[in-house]
Design a protein. Sequence first.
Length: 339
Amino acid sequence: MVTLFIKRNVWWLNYRYKGERYRVSTGTKDRKLAEKKRQEYEIKLFKDSNPIHDEPRAKRATIFDMFHRFLIHSEKSKAKTTWKIERVFLKIWQEFFARKRIKYAEQINHSLITDFQIETEITPRSFNNALTLLRTVFNRAIDWGMLDKNPTRGFKKAKIPKKLKYFTDDELEELWSEALPRQKVIIALGAYAGLRNAEMVNLKWRDIDFKNNILEVRSDDEVTPKGKRPRSVPMHDRLIETLKAYKSKDAGIYVFPRNDGRGLKCGRNGPSNEFRQLLKLTGIKGSHHFLRHSFGTRLVKMAVPLPVVQSLMGHADIESTMIYVHLHPTQNHEAIETL
């Protein structure tokens, strides 16, 4: 059975042959012409023949034909600068296909696209742009009836390393100098212990061992650390001093209590909101999570082995520190305590 459906104002045929699904553009916006094409396909299927294999060979378009028509369309519909960029990328693709003796889109497979990525030595971002353009060209070619299916479909884009965002030492000192006592605790827990906002909210005084200078990020019935990994973090001198100065004789259960009587601990965004006020006061750009990134960055700069960094940070965000690995050789674990 062959059915019709419309995509981008063009009628398409949908059918199955020997268990495989096919979607073929009729190349027309006219419903009557599309219906005629549908009936032709029905007859061929009834004769146990795949209609797509019976299409006249003369209708087969080359990759060059598709590129040429796309650029004509692009020049008329897009900004001049955009058109020039697309022309450059398509020229790169065209030269690559010529070297590989690829003339038709049907000859393209995922392995070939991988070869393009390796041989052209372009950046991941440029490769993704080139791939997106090629995919767009082939989608247009399908709409124009020049191609049956997109050979780039399913090929995943290259992963682009995330830009590392953290506070510099000077920025941390400026924030520290302007911070209130409670905000200093937030800075210390983030920049010197790597705690997330939710972990600060749920931090209890019993989790802080001043005798052994260890901070425990626990997992209990109320909260589970992200990644479900409880961890122990050696406390930096500044963190110890800040916590001791902040803790009062009548301190409650939580490090960040709620003062309005609506609960024992602050709201779920309490530390993040308080730190945001400090950022606004100082004019420093960033977010609460930058503190955690600063912690990981400093660990790696001090040559703390990555498995240790991963353990101290609770596994997640390890990618944010990887950029610094090449700067320092792996040395000893005790560097943590001197940060």
